[in-house]
Design a protein around this ligand. Structure first.
Ligand code: PLP
Length: 478
């Protein structure tokens, strides 16, 4: 073998570097949990400076040991394990999944056919059927794991279309206008999925929300009648559990009743909030989910799994086989048969990561209980944070939070959007806290997703204090 290849596959070299890396990661995790005051959740850097740094790095002589590179990457990246990371819905991955990820990378299973993912395909069946039971489905329910909520939602809508039309086989015929009914607060991937499917802007019927940012289900009938009168065929109604901006849970019982009455496919985007199924305390939020034809759940949001890992569960497991019916002679002989073990028959991907191992490892190590704890801890912390905000006259909540997403703003006389925007920019540049922003009813709010179970009310008190200091500073400069 040539020198470079022999060196690159040398097991002893790997052993040395691997041990060093594990020490480095362990130090990183230890520091994340102690969280010294000066440590930043985001080492913010301007994109052009970041680019210049890495362009220069790329020209450097070859490195002896990749750990130098990893150290650099760690120090320049947002750190989701920090207690003051409270931004987007990205989870601080459980340390055990860092180990399972290494095994996944080593095995590099293809997953499309059984031989190329014997364990992985089997784990997907076990995990999605377990999740189906938690969601309240019967024994017919089953699913698989796909690469992210966006792809999961697209796949579910393709299944809805396959149930209602023959477009997969015959293509669009002149004059057909398909449509979906969805809350105006749904994640943008639903809109994107509908456009990918050729529905266009006309086919995405956005149902207004109430003051809690939940779909106005009382308007569903009128919106459907309007769509029908315009010659549209509604192929799906989509419920959110919960929404991205505010974490609001739609009334799934009401949507289920509507979908049953009109025989319209009911899909639930539970990417963020469906894991409430693991908590007896919060289960009520998803009441009615068991009546949905399909549900998407991101393991990589509230279930502490590395990205990407999304369950797509069907009420009738056999529906999953209708989505992509194609011939691929080199992978499987018979397309129409339902072979759960040939993953590629139901998923968009051909080659796919064996992310099921990460999820399975968590279940086998900590059981359902860890998901109950995580949900209850984070949803409970958000309720405590909301009380803190309510008791401070300088702040106001945008709504009463239902889960771990809280939107609020600093409040004084005058224009609040530019002030809160300036506060958020200052926080980002300073980097001690990482929070984000969102626009609700045309006004900008600060947005916190409490994803880290190690975050305490203490960090949240500090956050409000920091915001007040920034606001005073900004107002003094005007
Ligand atoms: C409710 C909801 N659905 C779907 C998505 C998209 O999921 P993914 O980022 O896994 O593609 C998100 C992402 O934040 C989300 O919050």
């Amino acid at each position: 073998m040539e020198d470079k290849l022999a060196q690159a596959y040398d097991a002893e070299r790997f052993r040395r570097e691997g041990h060093q890396l594990i020490d480095m990661i362990s130090d990183y995790l230890a520091e994340a949990t102690t969280d010294r005051n000066e440590v930043r959740a985001i080492p913010w850097q301007d994109p052009d400076k970041q680019l210049a740094y890495w362009q220069q790095d790329f020209q450097q002589p070859l490195q002896e040991n990749p750990n130098e590179l990893f150290k650099d990457v760690l120090s320049k990246s947002i750190q989701v394990h920090r207690k003051r990371y409270m931004g987007h819905q990205t989870t601080p991955t459980l340390p055990v999944t860092i180990l399972s990820s290494a095994v996944t990378a080593l095995l590099n299973q293809g997953m499309g056919v059984y031989e190329m993912g014997m364990v992985g395909n089997t784990l997907e069946k076990i995990l999605t059927e377990h999740l189906a039971q938690k969601l309240g489905y019967g024994t017919e329910a089953s699913g698989f794991i796909t690469s992210g909520g966006s792809l999961g939602n697209l796949t579910a809508l393709l299944a809805a279309r396959a149930a209602a039309t023959e477009i997969w086989h015959k293509g669009y015929k002149e004059g057909i206008q398909l449509a979906v009914l969805v809350s105006e607060e749904a994640h943008y991937c639903i809109d994107r999925a509908a456009r990918i499917m050729g529905l266009g802007a006309e086919g995405i019927i956005k149902v207004p929300v109430n003051e809690k940012f939940q779909m106005r289900t009382d308007l569903l009938e009128a919106y459907l009648q309007q769509a029908v009168s315009e010659g549209k065929q509604v192929i799906s109604v989509i419920g959110c559990a919960g929404t991205t901006s505010t974490g609001s849970y739609d009334d799934l019982e009401a949507i289920a009743a509507f979908s049953q009455k009109h025989s319209i496919w009911f899909h639930v985007d539970g990417a963020h909030g469906a894991p409430a199924a693991f908590s007896p305390k919060y289960r009520h939020l998803i009441q009615g989910i068991e009546k949905a034809d399909s549900v998407v759940v991101d393991y990589h949001k509230m279930m502490m799994t590395p990205s990407l890992s999304t369950a797509l569960v069907f009420k009738r497991g056999s529906d999953a086989y209708k989505t992509f019916s194609q011939r691929a002679q080199y992978l499987w002989v018979e397309q129409e048969s339902e072979e759960w073990y040939n993953g590629g028959k139901r998923s968009f991907e051909c080659t796919k990561a064996m992310s099921a191992l990460n999820v399975y490892t968590i279940f086998r190590t900590y059981g359902d209980e860890i998901f109950r704890e995580n949900i209850e801890r984070l949803y409970g912390l958000a309720a405590d944070f909301a009380s803190l905000i309510r008791s401070n006259k300088h702040f106001e909540l945008a709504y009463e939070p239902e889960c771990n997403i809280v939107c609020f703003r600093y409040k004084v006389e005058g224009e609040l959007t530019p002030l809160n925007q300036a506060i958020r920019n200052m926080l980002l540049e300073q980097g001690r806290f990482y929070i984000v922003q969102t626009v609700l009813n045309g006004e900008l709010y600060l947005r916190v997703s409490l994803m880290n179970p190690l975050t305490t009310i203490q960090e949240l008190k500090e956050l409000l204090q920091e915001i007040e200091e920034k606001a005073v500073q900004i107002l003094a400069e005007v």
